[in-house]
Design a protein around this ligand. Structure first.
Ligand SMILES: [Mn+2]
Length: 371
């Protein structure tokens, strides 16, 4: 048996082998990676459906699954890893990850004790969970949901509409992260990029599931993924208020908005969460797009544990900027990518937040003065 499991049409023997590994046990723990995203959750739900169909009890385990995944009312995850028993009673199936750095140390210990292990994934990493026939990794696949679709296809299994909708959601979200799909603020359907059109397997699979799903199902998923399209009245007001609050450094290269600790509007929106961070990200990107003199745009805002800056830079200066800040302000912790990043501080009182913010702003101003 070959090790690799392609998102291309799957050899029936390989698919049957995987299925037999899952069905031979009397219980399956389906494990998602930490910071569970749509793809790992959709993959887990589709596999749980298959196990249910074959009368094998199972449950979905996640270190950290946001409740926002439940765009279908009443559809919740089975269990969190905090409630785990000491030992897995049957098979452990890892979806959308296949190495230990993707889970907490508690979950790692749990997985290590499994009598039978299966992994389905499209990533590779430094600490593989297993080697051999039971690990199916296809690095060419753009989502684990896509691999699961191929798996069902090989076995001639036609999942119900609800499962297809989950898989469509998992695929769309990973394709968005890969820049294969682009969501415009107000469009009901994402645009397909050149990269998407050139990837034969992705194009085939995504088009297939698109054709099989009713329009309403697809719109529901897209609204869920495209947060800016489904803003409520107060979220919209907040979004519209941000450009008015922008301040600039001395040469206008750096634009920023400060949301003070204890800000009422911010707190009424639930503080730092998936929805507010989508709004802040949109503000930074539009500010950069609309002002050609601006090199970077940032927001300072309170989080659950402290205070934070999130920043985007057109000239890919984020990491250089952070390095510069640390020269004068060594306790600043920040990281990310050249084009976007963030840094934060925990346990500050409001007075300290102001001081922290001013220090960061002064350092960034100094960074731009020298350029
Ligand atoms: Mn994935």
């Amino acid at each position: 048996m070959e090790v690799s499991f392609q998102a291309r049409p799957i050899n029936i023997k390989r698919a049957e082998y995987l299925k037999s590994q899952l069905l031979k046990s009397n219980f399956v723990d389906i494990v998602c990676h930490s910071s569970s995203d749509e793809d790992t959750i959709a993959s887990a739900r589709a596999m749980k459906w298959l196990l249910d169909k074959n009368n094998i009890p199972s449950r979905i385990i996640s270190d950290s699954a946001d409740k926002t995944f439940n765009y279908k009312n009443g559809d919740t995850l089975d269990i969190s890893s905090q409630k785990l028993p000491n030992n897995p009673s049957g098979t452990v199936l890892c979806v959308d990850f296949s190495e230990y750095t993707r889970v907490s140390s508690e979950l790692k210990k749990y997985i290590e004790k499994a009598k039978n292990l299966v992994c389905i994934d499209h990533h590779s990493g430094p600490e593989p969970i297993l080697h051999g026939n039971n690990i199916y990794v296809d690095l060419s696949a753009k989502s684990c949901s896509g691999i699961i679709l191929r798996f069902f296809e090989a076995l001639k299994i036609n999942p119900p509409e609800k499962i297809k909708q989950f898989l469509y959601c998992g695929m769309s979200d990973d394709l968005k992260k890969n820049k294969y799909l682009e969501f415009a603020d107000s469009a009901l359907f994402p645009a397909k990029t050149k990269e998407f059109m050139q990837d034969k397997n992705t194009k085939y699979l995504y088009t297939k599931i698109e054709n099989e799903l009713p329009t309403d199902d697809k719109i529901e998923v897209n609204k869920h993924l495209n947060i800016l399209m489904s803003l409520n009245k107060s979220e919209k007001m907040f979004k519209d208020s941000l450009p008015e609050k922008i301040q600039y450094n001395s040469n206008g290269k750096f634009g920023y908005v400060i949301i003070p600790a204890g800000d009422e509007q911010w707190n009424s929106l639930g503080g730092d969460n998936k929805r507010t961070s989508a709004i802040l990200r949109n503000f930074r990107l539009s500010a950069l797009k609309n002002n050609s003199n601006l090199d970077s745009a940032a927001v300072f805002y309170p989080t659950n544990s402290g205070y934070r800056i999130s920043i985007h830079s057109k000239g890919n200066n984020v990491l250089k900027m952070f390095e510069h800040i640390r020269k004068y302000f060594p306790e600043f912790s920040g990281g990310g990518h050249p084009e976007r990043g963030g840094g934060g501080n925990s346990g500050l009182n409001p007075q300290e937040c102001i001081r922290w913010t001013n220090s960061v702003i002064n350092c960034i101003d100094d960074f731009y003065k020298s350029r």
